[in-house]
Design a binder for this molecule. Structure first.
Ligand code: AVJ
Length: 325
């Protein structure tokens, strides 16, 4: 893996994805339905494009979840007396602030543990939050949450584990259960789990959210090819792929694909050349939509129980509060 070594040397400890990335990409591109993990969307530009997506008129999840958090967190934090917030996939700290503000109002906020794969991103966020919340300890954890949580040894309890943005929807059911099981294993009896889930609704509305009229989602999707070029020295041509996002009514999920517009051979150092035929696609993301029963099934499998379920009646989106079963 000569190229991997070069990438790691030039960007020391910046990301924890690299060591496993080549093997994962090789396996994904060798599968009958070619597949790449959505975690490869989020380099600097990918994160900026996602931010732009969250502001699109068609993309309802972010603003709906924010409104739910604003409405529910003050009461929930007062009720739980949460002293530690652990956030899986910290994103931009905007939603974290809603929770941290509610914790601060109770006078109990002690520790914030943002978990993310990007060390650079984490140290920036941590520095900013320490300034904004004097008295709050911020201990970022660098981890790929699909593999581990890498939590600090000492955390004041009760703690709240937050997994927002409906990111759970990106995981196939077995991986989703493994992730929730990992969270459950880290929870003490008084701890709680807060998860944002996008709910099933009118298909046209869901499809519009992933096929925006400005083409930002298409650009976000194609950006993954540039991430592979950057990280692995691949020679993917973003102009050779089209964005496609369609709802699967059986699996209840949006699937995003990159569809080849012509036959092509892709070269990635360290692996066999990959032939891609015109019309063939690479699946880059699933975004599963839930209802109460499907969340309950996930929770059951992870030995969690639904304690509360505030939803938005106009735009179905759920904030699920889970407790150890
Ligand atoms: C942040 C992963 C939940 O699935 O809706 C947005 C990512 N992909 N538009 C989602 C995304 C395309 C988003 N998640």
């Amino acid at each position: 893996m000569p190229n991997l070594a070069r990438t790691r040397a030039s960007r020391p400890a910046e990301r924890v994805l690299n060591p496993s990335m080549l093997a994962e990409v090789a396996a994904g591109l060798a599968a009958p339905q070619k597949e790449l993990s959505p975690k490869y969307f989020y380099d600097q530009r990918g994160s900026e494009l996602f931010e732009a997506i969250t502001r699109l008129p068609e993309y309802y999840p972010t603003r709906t979840e924010r409104a739910l958090l604003e409405g529910w967190m003050p009461e929930l934090m007062a009720q739980l007396g949460t002293r530690t917030l652990i956030e899986l996939g910290a994103g931009n700290a905007e939603k974290s602030r809603i929770i941290l503000n509610a914790m601060r109002a109770t006078g109990l906020a002690e520790l914030y543990v943002p978990i993310d794969v990007s060390a650079t991103f984490l140290s920036q966020t941590a520095a900013r939050l320490r300034r904004e919340y004097p008295g709050l300890a911020v201990e970022p954890a660098i981890a790929d949450i699909s593999v581990e949580l890498n939590l600090p040894h000492r955390m004041p309890r009760p703690a709240l584990f937050a997994f927002l943005g409906s990111t759970i929807g990106n995981f196939y059911p077995p991986a989703a259960i493994r992730l929730l099981t990992r969270v459950r294993a880290a929870m003490g009896p008084g701890d709680r789990f807060l998860m944002g889930v996008d709910l099933r609704k009118d298909i046209a509305r869901i499809e519009a959210a992933y096929n925006d009229s400005q083409g930002i989602t298409a650009e976000f999707n194609r950006n993954m090819l540039l991430v592979l070029n950057q990280e692995l020295g691949a020679d993917l041509d973003p102009r050779a792929f089209e964005h496609r996002a369609t709802y699967d009514t059986v699996a209840h999920r949006i699937e995003m694909h990159l569809v080849a517009v012509r036959d092509q051979v892709v070269t990635i150092p360290g692996m066999d050349p990959v032939m891609i035929r015109q019309g063939e696609s690479i699946r880059t993301e699933i975004s599963t939509k839930y209802d109460r029963a499907s969340v309950a099934a996930l929770f059951d499998a992870a030995e969690l129980r639904i304690e509360a379920w505030p939803t938005d009646p106009t735009t179905p989106f759920g904030l699920v509060v889970g407790a150890p079963a």
